[in-house]
Design a protein around this ligand. Structure first.
Ligand SMILES: [Zn+2]
Length: 180
């Protein structure tokens, strides 16, 4: 079953997101809607730090938190700030294909060697560090992870509309993820 909704025209955006900042994000990015002017942010985007991703959106339209794997567990103060002080009522959580946090364990040796060679760490410290923190960031499946993050954040912020999305680094399009 295809878990992704291709957004190639406005009608593809499911109705509950149309005319909201979630729908506007998809219109600006995928459909090249002309950019409106914003004096304050309407949206919070949570997305991976991966350098291949770029959002085609107007200035001032969105707060953006970038974190490995779009894992926002360690950024909740920033989320709370955007909601409380920034007045944000909509969050787009965007995972992506070919994410380095998927199967992170396969990069263990590279990670440790890189900390030694590039950062000047000693090998024991680098290994201990990976062992301690990798389980907090490893993702099994990028789409399933975004769905679970969406559920978790909806419980924490029940009045906020949160949409799970997927960025394809091959064609730079954003898809809505189908929910049960
Ligand atoms: Zn990633």
């Amino acid at each position: 079953m295809n878990q992704l909704i291709d957004i190639s025209k406005r009608e593809d955006i499911i109705s509950k997101y149309q005319d909201s900042p979630i729908g506007l994000l998809l219109e600006y990015h995928n459909l090249e809607k002309p950019k409106d002017e914003y004096s304050e942010a309407k949206l919070l985007v949570g997305m991976c730090m991966d350098s291949r991703k770029y959002l085609n959106i107007p200035d001032n339209f969105s707060y953006i938190i970038r974190s490995a794997g779009a894992n926002l567990k360690y950024n909740e103060f920033q989320i709370s700030y955007a909601i409380s002080v920034g007045g944000i009522q909509h969050i787009a959580l965007i995972g992506h294909n070919d994410c380095g946090m998927v199967n992170l364990n396969s990069r263990k040796d590279q990670f440790i060697k890189g900390l030694i060679d590039n950062a000047g760490w000693d090998s024991n410290a680098a290994e201990d560090y990976f062992t301690q923190f990798a389980p907090q960031f490893e993702i099994e499946n990028a789409i399933d992870f975004i769905l679970s993050e969406t559920k978790r954040l909806r419980l924490k912020y029940p009045k906020v509309c949160i949409a799970p999305m997927h960025y394809n680094v091959g064609n730079n399009q954003i898809y809505l993820i189908v929910e049960d």
